[in-house]
Write a protein that binds this ligand. Sequence first.
Ligand SMILES: [Zn+2]
Length: 93
Amino acid sequence: MGTIRQDLLKLLKEETLDAKDISQLLSIREKEVYGHLGHIARSIAAEGGRLIINPCKCLACGYLFKERKRFSRPGKCPKCRETRIRPPTYHIR
Ligand SMILES: [Zn+2]
């Protein structure tokens, strides 16, 4: 598990990625990505780093899911009920 998190750290320092990108790049399931992200967010905070989460956005009306604290993608937009939602993307700085 240690190496996956190290790889994920390295990736997110270089690029802004969503969970699907990460799962493909590291050959792990999307569900596992969220667990690693949670762990990384805590460990880099201890070192003064920060995991930036760009919120999900509704592609139909532009609604931003700013209040959402979970890592995963919401099912539909609370404003227009559309399901075409851009997933959150992650970056470390
Ligand atoms: Zn919407």
